[in-house]
Design a protein around this ligand. Structure first.
Ligand SMILES: C[S@@+](CC[C@H](N)C(=O)[O-])C[C@H]1O[C@@H](n2cnc3c(N)ncnc32)[C@H](O)[C@@H]1O
Length: 273
């Protein structure tokens, strides 16, 4: 059965060596890159910036930073860099590393960015502090993770039932937890960052869209663990996949919360970074 394995992200589930995993990450990127790029541009990403993208996946944003924003360098870090090295983009360095390792210390950067990474880490709280410490004075930390705006009382449809089962399955296997993501602004403030702010984007679930295909593919890869929750059976899962590709789906996709904050010289001193 597909996707029952426990372990960290990329071990039991979402393994990079599985056929099509790069395509699944790219679908997520396609759904959100425009929003992420617009935010990074507004924050001033451009020439002279040395950037760090952790959990960089297939590197779509790392390449955008270099090719469109014109930043000077991007260090793209991932536990598995096979999808990052394919393009040979000038200015892009790929580093294979576990960002949770105590000795992970790649330097200081004008921009430190992580999207859809910390939510999958059991040590997310410690990792926020760690990533803050990698921001150079006058640099910015930009973190994006998933939020699900449907409430526990939301109407039960095949789509909402499978989505709830998926979050439970990811929590029980990888340790994925999005319950704290809405606290990002407060958490970044507590870390001593300045001018902290946040925004949310929820992509519409249009049949055939990148986000609809991303969820169908993610459910398929997590199929075993989703079924093991006991919340859904094969027939309900098939129905939810069918609904996702039909005009009448009428579901609300989980969205992306992006939070950012600046590290000033003063804050760095006060927090003994
Ligand atoms: C959902 S993907 C997001 C990829 C990319 N940030 C994006 O938004 O398109 C999560 C990425 O984080 C990486 N990752 C997960 N845990 C990691 C860890 N402990 N150290 C380094 N990378 C990790 C995975 O290998 C994967 O490429």
């Amino acid at each position: 059965m597909r996707g029952t394995g426990a372990g960290r992200y990329g071990e039991g589930m979402f393994r990079p060596e599985e056929t099509g995993e790069a395509g699944r990450i790219d679908l997520g990127a396609l759904a959100y890159d425009e929003v992420s790029a617009a935010r990074l541009a507004t924050l001033g990403a451009g020439p002279g910036w040395n950037c760090l993208d952790v959990g960089a996946g297939t590197g779509t944003l790392a390449r955008w930073l270099l090719e469109s924003a014109g930043v000077t360098t991007v260090l793209a870090v991932d536990r598995d860099t096979r999808f990052l090295t394919a393009h040979g983009t000038p200015g892009l360095s790929a580093l294979s590393a576990d960002i949770t390792a105590p000795d992970f210390d790649p330097g200081r950067f004008q921009l430190v960015h992580a999207r859809f990474v910390l939510m999958h880490l059991r040590s997310w709280r410690r990792m926020i502090a760690k990533l803050v410490s990698l921001v150079a004075p006058d640099g910015v930390l930009v973190l994006s993770d998933a939020v699900d705006l449907t409430s526990a009382a939301a109407l039960s449809t095949p789509y909402t039932t499978v989505m709830r089962a998926m979050w439970q399955a990811l929590r029980e296997t990888i340790g994925t937890d999005i319950s704290w993501v809405a606290d990002y602004p407060q958490l970044l403030h507590e870390e001593g960052l300045c001018e902290v702010a946040a925004e949310i984007h929820v992509p519409p679930l249009v049949p055939g869209s990148a986000i609809s295909r991303f969820w169908a593919d993610t459910w398929d890869r997590a199929r075993g663990a989703v079924l093991a929750t006991g919340r859904v059976d094969e027939a309900q899962l098939e129905r939810a996949v069918h609904d996702l590709s039909s005009p009448g789906c009428a579901g609300l996709s989980p969205g992306m919360l992006t939070a950012w904050g600046w590290r000033t010289e003063e804050a760095a001193r006060d927090h003994h970074f």
